[in-house]
Design a protein around this ligand. Sequence first.
Ligand SMILES: *Cc1c(COP(=O)(O)O)cnc(C)c1O
Length: 495
Amino acid sequence: MSIFYRSTRDNSLSYTASEAILQGLSKEGGLFVPSEIPTLSHSLKEFADMSYKEVAYYVMKDYLSDFTEEELKGCIDRAYDEKFDTEEIAPVKAANGAYFLELYHGKTIAFKDMALSILPHLMITSAKKQGENKTIVILTATSGDTGKAALAGFADVPGTKIVVFYPKDGVSPLQERQMATQTGNNVKVIGIRGNFDEAQTGVKNMFADKALLERMEKNNFRFSSANSINIGRLVPQVVYYVFAYSRLLKTGAIKEGDPINITVPTGNFGNILAAYFAKLMGLPVNKLICASNSNKVLFDFFETGVYDKKRDFVLTMSPSMDILISSNLERLIFMATGNDDEMNRKLMSALSEKGQYEITEDMKNYLSDFVGGYTGEEETASIINKIYKNEGYLIDTHTAVAANVYEGYVAGTGDKTPTVIASTASPFKFTRSVCEAIGVDAEGHDDMALADILSQTAKIKLPMAIEELKSAKVLHDTVCDIDEMTSEVEKFLGV
Ligand SMILES: *Cc1c(COP(=O)(O)O)cnc(C)c1O
């Protein structure tokens, strides 16, 4: 099978997987979508006997049809190794009437590691395939989490360099410490005197700075980005849904062919879209339950068919889901139009010009596999408390949003289909909120001390990622103004 990638805003463009991975975003602003969705290469029973790496290979190979078997297996081997603290990579745990798919056993104890540990390898392989011999320079602005996951993924990967900008006063002390202690001879971390939006605008401006790009070119560098719209992040996320099903089958929780539901705590819509791709590949999935926090733009969209970003932005205890523009939703919208690039383009310009768009009845019908739900702050805390008190199982605030939406869904529908909940972060990543939720007094303790307290209280071993932070040396302390971002990058690259 030979799959190519086209843009959601211009159907006439067509790229191979390696071209799409290197390019990230299509030049007119569209997202890359596969020309067709491959079907699962093996029976579900056969997947049950495979390791995570084997499942990864068979799920990804048709999406990346210009990669050789050796190339793709090489990428997978280098990604899913001892960086993860469990050989299973993504264990499934039964609790509270559902199955929690733990996607947080990587370097930064959150699910973005699942894709960001393989993306650098997919990128350098793509560059080689394209005969590109330039060093890839990743520029990223982060509000805290993605930056660290990208740093960890790209650190010491030959042929790459990475620069991460974060708002100096806009991330948690723990997040800052995670980034400031990042090792690797190809990494640079810079705090900026400004907020996240300013950091992001600064990065966008560099991508469009002709003089800078010329100097880069002369010195054999090429910019790229690691953000979540890259298909090199989407495709690796399909893997763990097939893997989760195969583990339920292996343990006898379901029989071959039994349908499951999948509940995903959602922000940019990347993770749940991957679950939908798994369904389209033939995985027996009944409902895809999209869980939002108080920024419930997606819930309203699935209820009404109107996507409306004109609303107050709420800061919640699940910050990685505090998002009003879910960029990956554009891929689903494009598919719901019947791959109509012109119609999708109109909807997306309505969003940027008027702040909203409305889909047709036909499109609404296309989306009937999706159910939206949302969880407020109090309910987020109380479900963490309830599951911990009843079953001794501890979940983080993002996962809690999903767990609570799922409970509401079952109460409202009586649907007893076995359900996988994507568990997107370790409870040790959002220690303060988790401590408060289970009634541990957090006041007066810093995040590192709280991690120890939580570990002792809940009798859970401190994750490697937190343990290492205790003794890690601070290696980055550069701080700059917004208008110095470019010169900092030039200094780092020596251009
Ligand atoms: C990024 C993130 C999410 C949201 O995932 P999307 O793919 O953006 O929908 C949920 N939980 C955690 C912990 C995250 O880091």
